[in-house]
Design a protein around this ligand. Structure first.
Ligand code: NAG
Ligand code: NAG
Ligand code: NAG
Ligand code: NAG
Ligand code: NAG
Ligand code: NAG
Length: 436
């Protein structure tokens, strides 16, 4: 199995941990805002002849898709959206609540997905509770379709799907790989690393699910997949070509970038001359960066053949006084979602406004994965002290010091990013609805 040796620490955790403002001193408002599986055996014996015999007995669409997919790759199976998979127009899937559902969730298990990196396998890393795996996102005015790996792969036939962004986005990529991988027999799936890309390939479907490291989306000195600077940041606000070359022609692109911007209220950046380094307000820099990205989208995307998504900021839970007034910790020991309305100060509203502006101005349809609010509730979903730091699991000593070491930015898997992918799946599936 592919091992992940290049995974670096996640730098960001450390940065944020030290930025918790003391409760007694009044942080500047700006500063506050800145805070930031058909058994597998069946597949291997499924040869065309036996599959054909089976077929007569199969009513289940999933099994049918599976047969078609695995036996005759060139055969396309029409993707049908059944009644209970339709999301009525007007339903905002991002508005809803988390429902305890230990019958259907998790959608896969840590030990059944060999592609998970150590950073996300919280149970294996010693997390005592697994409640965080049992929550289902329930939109207020509709239901999400059940994730069907073979249907998804059928939608991806002869296509490439790519997640672009930082380590949060890598979590979403891994989640998606885990959601689909169990439907593919061993030997017919592979994960390769061609930095800054990771490529999960599904042979029978001639499909790939990819990840591309670009923590600022645009170019920066942190673009090396493993050897990137953490404390020193320099972004090239007008440059995206080095990355976008690798995005050309990708059928489904999902972008995300936030937390790397949120280190300080200012960021060193260039615009135009590479020698002219200036400090920009983070929000100003973010807007310029998204404009550069938007220009590339407008000039390079073919809306007839390509689908673009943009994921809003993934919330952090660094200061528990925000949901438990008077306390002085972070997400450590949290085992349940927040009930009732909640928006953390780490999710910068000005940045959210910039995302809204830029998306609103685009002529190319970029669909928003507005996962911020739904994830805000999930103070229980982070890796906390059951993840990695500098590429290594935390030591016993470090674990006993959650105030310094808890990672309240990244998410355990299975977990919250699975719900993001269920929503992405739901949105992609709606594209196959027959309109009368
Ligand atoms: C599922 O949750 C219910 C309600 O909390 C609990 O009574 C039951 O034991 C749980 N089942 C499993 C398999 O964990
Ligand atoms: C595989 O998919 C790519 C697009 O990702 C396409 O260009 C190519 O023609 C496909 N190959 C076959 C044999 O269909
Ligand atoms: C990492 O990058 C720095 C600066 O670009 C370079 O000096 C160093 O040799 C690199 N280290 C490795 C292991 O590639
Ligand atoms: C910008 O770079 C200069 C020189 O390296 C450094 O002193 C300054 O702190 C940096 N500014 C920010 C906001 O990081
Ligand atoms: C940068 O932010 C500061 C403080 O919020 C503000 O006073 C200043 O006008 C901003 N500068 C620019 C160029 O937007
Ligand atoms: C995302 O949803 C929140 C409410 O949950 C809303 O305030 C925000 O404006 C939305 N973001 C965008 C970019 O539309």
């Amino acid at each position: 199995m592919p091992r992940d040796t290049t995974e670096q620490p996640n730098p960001i955790t450390k940065l944020f941990v030290h930025r918790r403002p003391a409760m007694t001193t009044q942080p500047s408002p700006h500063y506050r805002r800145i805070q930031l599986v058909f058994p597998l055996a069946l597949f291997s014996v499924l040869v065309l002849g036996t599959a054909r015999i089976c077929l007569d007995n199969l009513k289940n669409n999933q099994q049918y898709l599976m047969w078609r997919g695995l036996s005759r790759r060139s055969f396309r199976v029409p993707i049908k959206v059944s009644e209970d998979e339709i999301i009525e127009d007007g339903c905002n899937v991002f508005e809803g609540k988390w429902i305890w559902d230990n019958q259907s969730y998790p959608l896969y298990r840590e030990e059944s997905c060999p592609f998970l990196v150590k950073q996300t396998t919280c149970l294996r890393n010693g997390r005592p509770d697994s409640f965080y795996q049992n929550w289902r996102w329930q939109p207020n005015s509709c239901n999400l379709p059940k994730f069907n790996a073979l249907k998804f792969l059928e939608m991806l036939r002869d296509k490439r799907l790519m997640f672009v962004g930082d380590s949060i986005q890598r979590g979403m990529f891994e989640s998606m790989v885990c959601l689909v991988q169990s439907a593919i027999p061993d030997g017919k799936k592979s994960l390769t690393r061609i930095a800054p890309r990771k490529i999960f390939a599904v042979e029978e479907f001639n499909a790939t699910i990819e990840y591309y490291w670009a923590p600022f989306i645009i170019e920066s000195i942190s673009d090396h997949a493993t050897n990137h600077t953490v404390l020193k940041r320099l972004v090239k606000l007008d440059s995206v070509a080095k990355h976008s070359r690798e995005w050309e022609g990708v059928d489904i692109l999902i972008f995300e970038s936030y937390v790397w911007w949120m280190y300080k209220p200012q960021i060193n950046a260039t615009y135009g001359s590479p020698e002219n380094i200036q400090e920009y307000n983070t929000t100003t820099a973010y807007r310029l960066a998204l404009e550069t990205w938007a220009n590339w989208i407008e000039s390079s995307i073919n809306p007839q053949t390509q689908k673009i998504f943009f994921a809003t900021m993934s919330p952090t839970h660094l200061w528990n006084w925000e949901w438990k007034p008077g306390s002085d910790g972070n997400c450590f020991t949290e085992t349940h979602p927040i009930e009732g309305s909640y928006w953390g100060t780490g999710s910068n509203l000005e940045i959210m406004g910039i995302v809204k502006d830029i998306m609103g101005q685009l002529k190319v349809n970029v669909r928003l994965l507005n996962i911020t609010q739904l994830s805000e509730f999930r103070k229980d979903g982070h890796t906390s002290v059951f993840g990695e730091r500098k590429g290594k699991l935390l030591t016993k000593e470090q674990r006993s010091d959650p105030k310094t070491y808890a990672d309240c930015i990244h998410w355990c898997l299975p977990g919250v990013p699975d719900s993001w992918n269920e929503i992405l799946y739901a949105m992609l599936l709606q594209d196959y609805r027959v309109h009368h």
